[in-house]
Ligand binder design. Structure first.
Ligand code: NDP
Length: 242
């Protein structure tokens, strides 16, 4: 199950996971995009199903988990990646509505998904792996983006709590510390505050942004059994953020 699969990192992950043999359930709000991606994956010989929905709605998260179980037999990996960001505004100048929306999508979204994914994984008897998309903003302050920084810290908190609670029952939970990545979300941020492009690029030792597939590679590894003794980790995919 991949949330935020209609673009950017999530869409890249859907393609990569399917190439590696996973049956993928695609979740996001833009159903037309998910249908097109499903078609592309199936045409390439992969397996995919669409569960269009909003991660802020618990019932939609539940439906996506049910789609995985009903269509493919069980849920053994989840990439909770849907998110939204605003940057470039100081805390006291940021609207309450922005804070609320960022918390709803990034934090409640992960909460809603894990609340339904974990029972499905426990029921399968084979455990599972959950990867939550956090950010360099989930470990430190990255500039004027207080709601996003708070939200991505909370994602790491939920990740560590779940790793701790379910580790002895075969469920691994890890967080991705994602650095600047070329996606629609990044385009949106840079459109409002173009100066951030230079500072974001400068902060990575590699002096560039990531491509979505580079982030997806780390998610694929963490979701797979190759990472069988990795849990509660904050894995950086940030080009060496300093
Ligand atoms: P995109 O804008 O390309 O993708 C965001 C995805 O989240 C879309 O598929 C969008 O789909 C989905 N989404 C947003 N809101 C909801 C919602 N309420 N319910 C369901 N799906 C939703 O950006 P990225 O690929 O960059 O973002 C993926 C993740 O990576 C996010 O969590 C982001 O915070 C994180 N990240 C990104 C960084 C970057 O530099 N790009 C850096 C650090 C972290 P739809 O609109 O169809 O619902």
């Amino acid at each position: 199950m991949i949330t935020g699969a209609s673009s950017g990192i999530g869409a890249a992950a859907a393609r990569l996971f399917a190439e590696e043999g996973a049956a993928v359930v695609l979740m996001a709000r833009r159903e037309d995009r998910l249908r097109a991606l499903e078609k592309e994956i199936v045409a390439a010989g992969g397996r995919a199903a669409v569960a269009a929905g909003d991660v802020t709605e618990p019932a939609h998260a539940e439906r996506a988990v049910a789609t995985a179980v009903e269509t493919f037999g069980r849920l053994d990996a989840a990439f909770n990646n849907a998110g939204w960001a605003v940057a470039g505004t100081l805390l006291h100048e940021t609207d309450d509505s922005v804070f609320d929306r960022i918390m709803r999508v990034n934090v409640h979204g992960v909460w809603n998904c894990m609340r339904h994914q974990i029972p499905a994984m426990l029921a399968s008897g084979t455990g599972g792996s959950i990867v939550n998309t956090s950010s360099v903003a989930g470990l430190l302050a990255t500039g004027a983006a207080a709601p996003y920084i708070a939200a991505k810290h909370a994602v790491m908190g939920l990740t560590r709590a779940a790793a701790d609670e379910y580790g002895d029952r075969g469920i691994r939970v890890n967080g991705l510390i994602v650095g600047s990545t070329r996606t629609e979300l990044m385009d949106e941020v840079l459109e409002k505050t173009p100066a951030l492009e230079t500072s974001f690029t400068a902060r990575a030792i590699q002096k560039r942004m990531a491509e979505p597939r580079e982030v997806a590679q780390a998610a694929a590894w963490l979701c797979s059994t190759r990472a069988s003794f990795v849990t509660g980790a904050a894995m950086p995919v940030d080009g060496g953020w300093t």
